[in-house]
Design a protein around this ligand. Structure first.
Ligand SMILES: CC(=O)SCCNC(=O)CCNC(=O)[C@H](O)C(C)(C)COP(=O)(O)OP(=O)(O)OC[C@H]1O[C@@H](n2cnc3c(N)ncnc32)[C@H](O)[C@@H]1OP(=O)(O)O
Length: 433
């Protein structure tokens, strides 16, 4: 901005570098506090700004602030953004490899300025520029499910909130492997980084994590502030060869909470056996009756490994990644598939970024994609949102067709899409941003 409809607003876009100021009245602190207004956070402690700045630099975030100089004298000054927007790039595991995903985060518009098209203006510009820069897709995690469909995003991965009763009846019956033990604080960040890297390599749908994650997992940073949280402990699982393959960090809910509850802060397992061993460990914590976690797979193997599967209670399902394909041939061509087949897709994109007809040819799981000017007879027609939801296999083509979000012209189109895009495991992302 500025544009014709909002000529008095201007947008500043900056990447905090080595010379960015870290004082409470500096540009970065004002941007951070403007974002905090949107998410109802308190004003950040000036002491914390340098650590947040380090994190944002390491993440190589690009920060947008929209400024309005025409404000009443008593309002926050024009150097405090009325809207924020942030981007960064991290790899997304799509099976055949990792592709650079354009991440969108920190989207806020102050109440005094909402519903004037500020978000629309930032997002349409950003998506267009991301496409021009060659990003195959954009991703975000959404505060509300009603905002981003209009920009071509589709909900793509999910997690479950679970409560596990770990009293006497809890027992993991799978054979025991390796060892699991508490680790000393000084090793936790490095171990969390190492283990997550193994998990990222092995997990379809996962996005690499930003700087703050291993610090929060280790307790070096707290939930709210980048200062030590002494209530967090971390246990690591080492496989039979002594390689760290999983960690769980956790915090006790306090003696006033009954049943006595341990909350999982973060659990990352690079292999199924590391996952079960971490649960065996959690089940061995004395004086604890319940474990709570909001990051379980929807297709969690844990209940199948328990003597009493009714120890495991699903409390809810949350959407995590929303995907928006920007370059259909590159995005589809980078993913691995099941089986073989050819299908012509007609993709409708109201933003004009990725629409058109595409021929997807898969041979033994490897795809080639061709953008064709006009396909005489598409096998299926769908919006860019529906294709973006289908992309990671978190929803089936059958479900989309039944919901009216995919129009199959050819008889076997839905079955073929189910075969090609389907996966034996759900996509799984435990990175929020
Ligand atoms: C990736 C992330 O960061 S998720 C976090 C999103 N941010 C938040 O939830 C913080 C609180 N909310 C806000 O700051 C603002 O309300 C925002 C950012 C969600 C919307 O900003 P605005 O500038 O008001 O949006 P804008 O005026 O550009 O609206 C564009 C369209 O989205 C619609 N829209 C905007 N917000 C919402 C919403 N919360 N729910 C449903 N529709 C919405 C508008 O009605 C408009 O629709 P139209 O295209 O049919 O006309």
């Amino acid at each position: 901005m500025s544009d014709d409809t909002k000529p008095h607003l201007h947008t500043e876009i900056f990447t905090p570098g080595a010379d960015e100021g870290d004082t409470a009245d500096g540009r970065f602190a004002k941007w951070l506090n403007a974002e905090g207004i949107g998410f109802h956070d308190g004003t950040f402690d000036p002491e914390d700004i340098p650590r947040f700045l380090t994190a944002y630099r390491e993440d190589q975030r690009v920060l947008w602030g929209v400024h309005d100089p025409a404000q009443p004298a008593e309002a926050l000054g024009a150097d405090h953004p009325v809207a924020t927007y942030g981007t960064m790039v991290h790899p997304l595991n799509v099976g055949a490899g990792q592709i650079d995903a354009h991440q969108i985060t920190a989207v806020t518009v102050r109440s005094s300025h909402r519903r004037n098209g500020i978000l629309r203006s930032m997002m349409t510009r950003d998506l267009r520029e991301a496409k021009e820069q060659g990003r195959p897709l954009a991703i975000l995690t959404a505060s509300e499910a009603t905002i981003y469909g209009r920009f071509g995003f589709g909900c793509a991965t999910f997690t479950q909130s679970v409560e596990v009763d770990v009293r006497e009846r809890f027992e993991v019956v799978a054979p025991r492997t390796g060892t699991t033990t508490l680790v000393a604080k000084e090793h936790s960040v490095r171990l969390a980084e190492q283990i997550f890297a193994r998990f990222q390599e092995a997990t379809f749908g996962s996005v690499a994590r930003q700087y703050a994650y291993p610090r929060r997992a280790s307790g070096e940073w707290g939930r709210e502030r980048p200062i030590e949280d002494r209530t967090v402990r971390m246990a690591v699982h080492y496989d039979a060869a002594g390689t760290p393959m999983g960690y769980v960090s956790y915090r006790f809910a306090g003696w006033e909470t009954t049943p006595y509850t341990m909350k999982i802060v973060d659990l990352v397992a690079a292999t199924p056996s590391a996952y079960l061993e971490l649960w065996r460990y959690l089940g061995s914590l004395d004086l604890v009756q319940l474990i709570t976690w909001d990051g379980a797979r929807r297709d969690d193997p844990l209940p199948w490994a328990l003597r009493d599967r009714r120890c495991y209670d699903v409390k809810g399902t949350e959407d995590v990644l929303w995907v928006r394909l920007l370059d259909v041939p590159t995005a589809l061509g980078s993913r691995s598939y099941r089986g073989s087949g050819t299908i012509v897709l007609e993709v409708v994109d109201t933003l004009g970024l990725a629409g058109g007809s595409y021929i997807l040819t898969v041979v033994d799981g490897v795809a080639q994609v061709e953008h064709v000017e006009a396909a005489a007879a598409p096998d299926a027609t769908l919006t860019i949102n529906a294709l973006s939801s289908l992309y990671l296999g978190g929803v089936s083509a059958s479900a989309l067709a039944a919901a009216g979000a995919l129009d199959a012209v050819a008889d076997d189109a839905v079955e073929l899409l189910d075969t090609l895009f389907g996966r034996s495991e759900e996509p799984y992302c435990i990175t929020h941003f």
